[in-house]
Structure formats: structure tokens, C-alpha cells
Design a protein around this ligand. Structure first.
Ligand code: PMP
Length: 452
């Protein structure tokens, strides 16, 4: 059993958050409106954000390594976004007509991202993934998709399959079982989803070929965050690309999160040439957004020039000018120098954390790239989702790590990607490394409870 005394004192969350949560529980089932909100045991209510920092309703200031789930690449209240959105708000926030600003954001993205010839805007990453899959179906006339076990792609039924597979449900490693995600989910969904294991090139080749006649697309996130934030191996990338191409199956790259890896996005970094992209998060500058993009020939499914489009796509708030203005301001500021800065800080942090782990001989490892990192209670970095599955003791260690960081004034996401933002500098990296070093010093006995 874990010694209670070995853990951080729980509250950390002040009385105002506690009181607010009491109110919230009377109106929201489970007290919040997002399952992803972290709580220990209650959530921290935020008062405001300033640059790389958050200030909660009890006045605690914390370095933000969450950035609203990696969205806020410039941190909070980024002045160019404030200026652009304020200006737009005065001119109206949405119309049943297109605006010039949506073209400007589209031009910027199409100019930067290889293979992104045409684009359509929606409001969330979930919608972007959903329409990318529908576009692949409309283009190929086939119903099914292949996706990676444990990868998160939002809340569309087909992509929720095996999102939270467990050792009890995931089945044979060579033929991973598609698993249901919620009670009452139609079992028919499972018939149209083939599950691949990340970085298993041979398995991907075999399974895609086996199901080729039914597959519209292979949906891949180049570095699935909830799947472990693990780098793809070159042979896995080429196995997907080549096998899909051979059978006329489209490759959809979900870069809702990983676009932040570089000026041209993540696919370009890992040698993937997608037919379609799903985008979101950073391209909205902190406002709700999603986008589907890709090769002109495939994106023609949205084209109504010769009558009804093969795939109709609308949306009351799609391409709303506030999101467009915020996104354009954020993306314009995200030049190559900004990505270089983030990459330098990210490398420095990951190397620093690895050195500290080695010095302590701790049963931990680090994964990630560019501005993203994730810590694992594993001596060797995991190579795929199944290796990231945690025992209750390992969960306890990671919970304690997040709690310790919170005590020291840093928000560290527990089971997802942590991220850096452009306002951060070397001092912030040093602070994170120092707090981690202290954690390993002060929680050595807790770490001894896991094998790693
Ligand atoms: N795909 C990926 C890779 C994501 O990380 C997310 C969100 N975390 C989504 C899709 C869904 O995006 P949204 O929450 O905007 O619907």
C-alpha cells in the first residue's frame, strides 16, 4: 500500500474552487462539461490567463504546460489575437455570408502545408476528423476506416473505437480487437473499423491489405498524444503510405494536435504525404476551430459546381470570422523563428528531464518532439500504446507527479501531452527541470513501488 504520508498534501485547490464546484454539481452531471478536465479531487477554476501563466479563482499563479490541451501555442491573451478579435467583434461576429478573412487564413495554411491544396473550415477537431472520413468515403465509395489503437481523434463513433482499449478488451496483438467506447454504441460501427498497432509496420501492411476492398481511409495521427506521444518509425510511416496507395485507400493525417510540431506541420516532418488532413487547435488562435484539407482531387467531393456535392458540409458557425481573425493573427505570428524557439526549448527540456532521470536511476522516461513532451513510468520509452497502459501503482505515481507540480506552481497534464508556448524561455524550462528533480528526490520511496 502507498503511504499516505508520502504524498503531497491534497487540497492545492483553494476554497473558491471548492465552493464553485459545489454550484457546478447542481447543474452539470459530474460537475463539469468536459470529461477531459483534470480534478484532484475537484477541478481548479480559472480566473484568467496571462502569457504562459494561469491564475486560478483563489489567486494561485501557475505555469501552464497544458495550454487548453495544446491549443494555446502563444500562451494566454496573446496581444495580436486580442487586437484582431476585438476589431472583428466590432464589425460583427457571424454572417450567413463568407468573409475575406476566411480566405486569408486558408491561403496561409495552403501555402505552408505540403499536400494541402484546398481546405474547408468547421468548428472543432472532432468535426474535422468526421468530415475527413466522410470525404474519404465519398471519394472512394467505401465505408470502413483503419485507425491506430489507443489514438484519440475526438467524439465521432468510428474514431472512438478502441480509443480506450484495455488488456481485457484489446485482444490478439496481431489482430487487435475493435472495442466499443460507450454503452449502447451500435455494434455495427465495429464492422467498419480495422485497428492497427502504432509502429507495427508488418501488422499494418497485413491488416490494410486484408481489408483493402472495404477501406476508404487509414486515419493516422503522426504522434498520438493519448497513445503515448511516441515518434513514428520510418518503416511504419512507409508501410501505411505504400499499402494504402497500392489499394486506392486514402491516408488521413489527423494533425489537430501535431500541426504544432513544425512550420509545415507533422506529416512533412515524418515523410507522410496525406491525401487529407484534419486540423484544429492552434489554427484558431484560441477560438473554436477545425479544418479539413487535402489534395484538390479529393477535396472536390465538397464542390457543388455540378449540382449537389458528393459530400454536403455546412455548419452555422463554420468559418465564423472571430475564429478566422484569431487564427490568422496566431498563425502569422507563428513564423519559422517561433517554431525554432519552441523546438530549442523542447529539446532542452526533454534532454534535461532525461539527464535528471538517469542521475536518479528513476523508473521513468520521456517521449515527445518539438514543443511537446510526456513522462512515462517506464524505464525505457514505450514504443506503442499497449506499452503505455498503467497499473494502479503507476497511475498513483503519475497522479502524484501532477500533484507535486501543482504544489510547485506548474500545471502538468497527467495522462496527455504537455506543451510549451512561445512566451516561455530558458528560465521556465529550468523551473520545470528543477521541480522534476525535487520530485525525484522527495518521492524516491514512492517511485520504488513501481518496476518501470
Ligand atoms: N484529434 C486529435 C488528435 C485531438 O488531439 C483532438 C482534441 N484533443 C481532436 C481530434 C478533437 O478535437 P476537438 O476537441 O476540437 O473536437
Amino acid at each position: 500500500m502507498l503511504e499516505q504520508a508520502a504524498l503531497s498534501p491534497p487540497p492545492l485547490i483553494g476554497p473558491r474552487s471548492a465552493e464553485t464546484f459545489g454550484r457546478a454539481r447542481r447543474v452539470f452531471p459530474d460537475g463539469t462539461t468536459r470529461v477531459t478536465i483534470e480534478r484532484d479531487p475537484i477541478p481548479r477554476y480559472m480566473h484568467h490567463g496571462e502569457s504562459a501563466f494561469l491564475v486560478d479563482v483563489d489567486g494561485r499563479r501557475l505555469l501552464d504546460l497544458n495550454g487548453n490541451f495544446t491549443t494555446l501555442i502563444h500562451g494566454h491573451a496573446f496581444p495580436p489575437v486580442i487586437k484582431a478579435v476585438t476589431h472583428q467583434l466590432r464589425s460583427g461576429c457571424c454572417f450567413a455570408n463568407p468573409t475575406e478573412i476566411e480566405i486569408a487564413l486558408a491561403e496561409l495554411l495552403c501555402a505552408r502545408i505540403p499536400h494541402l491544396d484546398r481546405i474547408r473550415f468547421v468548428n472543432t477537431g472532432t468535426e474535422a476528423v468526421m468530415f475527413a472520413i466522410k470525404a474519404a468515403r465519398a471519394f472512394t465509395g467505401r465505408p470502413a476506416i483503419a485507425k491506430i489503437e489507443g489514438a484519440y481523434h475526438g467524439a465521432y463513433d468510428w474514431v472512438e473505437v478502441s480509443q480506450a482499449a484495455t488488456p481485457q478488451t484489446w485482444g490478439d496483438p496481431e489482430h487487435p480487437a475493435p472495442t466499443l467506447h460507450y454503452r449502447g454504441m451500435p455494434r455495427a460501427v465495429l464492422d467498419d473499423v480495422v485497428i492497427l498497432r502504432f509502429n507495427n509496420a508488418e501488422g499494418a501492411r497485413r491488416l490494410i491489405t486484408e481489408h483493402a476492398a472495404r477501406l476508404a481511409a487509414v486515419l493516422v495521427d503522426p504522434m498520438p498524444s493519448r497513445g503515448g506521444l511516441i515518434s513514428p518509425t520510418p518503416d511504419f510511416v512507409s508501410a501505411i503510405q505504400e499499402t494504402a496507395r497500392r489499394h486506392g485507400i486514402l491516408v488521413i493525417s489527423d494533425e489537430v494536435l501535431n500541426l504544432r510540431q513544425g512550420y509545415e506541420g507533422a506529416s512533412a516532418l515524418y515523410g507522410l504525404a496525406p491525401d487529407l488532413f484534419a486540423l484544429g487547435k492552434i489554427i484558431g488562435g484560441g477560438l473554436p476551430i477545425g479544418a479539413i484539407g487535402g489534395r484538390s482531387e479529393v477535396m472536390a467531393v465538397f464542390d457543388a459546381a455540378s449540382g449537389r456535392p458528393a459530400l454536403p458540409q455546412g455548419g452555422t458557425f463554420s468559418a465564423n470570422p472571430l475564429s478566422m481573425a484569431a487564427g490568422l493573427a496566431a498563425m502569422e505570428a507563428l513564423d519559422r523563428a517561433a517554431f525554432d524557439h519552441l523546438e530549442r526549448l523542447g529539446d532542452k527540456l526533454r534532454i534535461g528531464l532525461e539527464r535528471i532521470i538517469a542521475r536518479h536511476g528513476a523508473p521513468l522516461s520521456v517521449t515527445g518532439a518539438a514543443s511537446l513532451f510526456r513522462l512515462h513510468p517506464r524505464r525505457k520509452p514505450p514504443r506503442e500504446f499497449r506499452e503505455t497502459f498503467l497499473t494502479p501503482r503507476e497511475v498513483a505515481v503519475m497522479t502524484e507527479l501532477t500533484r507535486f507540480f501543482a504544489t510547485e506552481g506548474i500545471v502538468l497534464p497527467n495522462a496527455a501531452a504537455a506543451c510549451l508556448s512561445t512566451p516561455m524561455d530558458e528560465d521556465d524550462i529550468a523551473l520545470v527541470a528543477n521541480v522534476f528533480d525535487r520530485f525525484l528526490n522527495q518521492r524516491a520511496s514512492l517511485l520504488d513501488t513501481i518496476k518501470g
